[in-house]
Design a protein around this ligand. Sequence first.
Ligand code: GUN
Ligand code: ZN
Length: 434
Amino acid sequence: MTQATAYRAAIVHCLADPARAGLDASYAHYEDGVLVVADGQISDIGPAEQVLARQPANIQVLHFENKLVTAGFIDTHIHFPQTEMIASYGEQLLDWLNNYTFPEEGRFADPLHAKRVASFFLDELLRNGTTTAMVFGTVHKASVEAFFTESDRRNMRMIAGKVMMDRHAPDYLLDTPESSYVDSKDLIARWHNKGRQLYAVTPRFAPTSTAEQLEVAGRLLQEHEDVYLQTHLSENTQEVAWVKALFPERAGYLDVYDHFGLLGPRSVFAHALHLEQAECERMAATDSVISFCPTSNLFLGSGLLDLPELERHQVRVGLGTDVGAGTSFSMLRTISEAYKIQQLQQHKLHPLKALYLATLGGARALSLDDKIGNLAMGKEADFVVLDLHATPLIQMRMKNTHNLFEQLFVLMMLGDDRVIAQTYIAGRRQYRRN
Ligand code: GUN
Ligand code: ZN
């Protein structure tokens, strides 16, 4: 065993969904806490005096002042190849894809370009305190190869996959049912469960895959029991109408995916803004997951997700940035927009629920809550050190807070990458703000 390290600071982490367990039972907070990390895992946590009393007297203790330690953030939906086209003006989904996204993704035919962007992207996640993400590549196999190589180098727990897309996109971005099968299978063999890397079968969305290719996606899931599926669903009303026209024999958008065996507990559907009642029920019955992407939904004018409604249906929901349609890598900013989207619908998003969605709820959405999502003993030591004095305004406003919830809320409404003082991956510091 390597030498353990103790981190002393204010600590908060989620223990359960506040909607189910109630607020008081859903978190642990130590105003003067200690987190002990050994061999990349959390080996102890609690009030400082109690934890230090049971650790060796000579244990190394690092003290963080005016900081709040919590679990690393989990982004359940993001596109690494769209990093350099974030903030592209003026369009809604389908024109945005054709005018900006597809040409940008074409650049990933060059593996060196893919490596450079993957490296920047992962460093940007670290700068924002995001320690795990579910990530789209492009149609090019080499884009995902480059991504996993860089992610493995940083020892980050990542889920990613090669886009499958065999129609309704420029020729230079199309694969075929056969090539997408062979390429995906090879990437699964090379990367799934290699270190902390995990694979997601990735049909872009129903309009860009033929029935033959969606069938291939279903086959890949059947042949590899524990790989994931990621795609988009019911993001934009024109898109929904297009899917109905392309698949008139199906009951609706979700039924297209259902027909090809793509629903299930490891299937993550981005957006899902325009679901019908029966579709919500089917999501719940199959234990499928929705990724709520607030900044993207506002940026593309796609719609407002009704979180309490999905909660009533007991559908698992995670938070996603959806960069490059999303406008920030920061999960704090993402929470801020999620809060406002709920406000527009007369719903409240409590700061603790928001923290849950960005950490343990995200881990549950990705079926990784046995490994990450909070700071429980035995979990992988992915954590962030938040700066309660990150900016003059935050520092000033903090003085006028009275409890943890108010502190968290201030960080969520005013915070972004500037709040992230340090990011730890499996017990190693991988980012420190200068
Ligand atoms: N639907 C299909 N592809 C995409 C994409 O790249 N981004 C978003 N936001 N929606 C999509
Ligand atoms: Zn997306």
